[in-house]
Write a new protein. Structure first.
Length: 201
């Protein structure tokens, strides 16, 4: 399902759905340019990550864990990569379901084995760390392009303000976490930092 995570606009033109994710916030933005009135909306994490989502992830983990194949040790060593891919895939499917994209599939894993499904073009922006300023300009450009489309009744200044607020919240949380990490490093409590003069024996 890597096609769900395109790094830029599809060559065909404006993507139908653009997701703007802030890893440390409980909400994300959706720019929806599918047929009809272009719109922007905020969706909360609780609307996606419920019991059904966790059951689907557990189902995928169980399947990946047991599928040893001819190289069981290599398989086990690569499980973290499989798990990361499974989480991304399931999360995207649940987000699309929440946006009204019918993927079909089984009760255990929505969208699992369905064939001939029209999946809209999706672009995901992750706004955090050093990418905040670079990606912010890209996202604002996409937002303006969407809301300038015919039929849009959304308020561009309102959504620009909302986006700026979310960027500021993400940046503030990142700074706080970095300060906590640095304080832990100074006290010798962080496993990610060490001093050359530490006696670790």
């Amino acid at each position: 399902m890597e096609q769900f995570f395109n790094p830029g606009h599809p060559e065909a033109g404006f993507p139908e759905i653009q997701l703007c994710i802030f890893p440390h916030l409980r909400e994300f933005l959706v720019f929806d340019a599918r047929i009809g009135q272009p719109q922007v909306r905020v969706i909360g994490a609780d609307e996606i990550f419920g019991d059904e989502f966790f059951r689907a992830v557990e189902h995928e983990f169980s399947h990946a864990l047991r599928e040893m194949g001819d190289f069981p040790f290599a398989h086990l060593m690569n499980l973290t990569m499989h798990f990361e891919e499974a989480i991304r895939e399931v999360a995207m499917m649940f987000i699309l379901e929440r946006l009204g994209v019918r993927l079909g599939g089984t009760p255990d894993f929505p969208g699992g084995e369905s064939q001939n499904i029209e999946i809209p073009g999706v672009v995901v922006y992750v706004i955090t760390g050093g990418t905040v300023s670079a990606h912010s300009d890209l996202v604002l450009g996409a937002l303006r392009e969407l809301l300038e489309k015919p039929g849009s009744r959304e308020s561009l200044p309102e959504w620009e303000h909302r986006f700026a607020e979310m960027v500021a919240q993400e940046a503030e949380i990142m700074q706080r976490l970095n300060r906590q990490e640095l304080a832990q490093a100074i006290r010798g409590e962080s496993p990610d930092y060490f001093a050359l003069w530490d006696n670790l024996n």
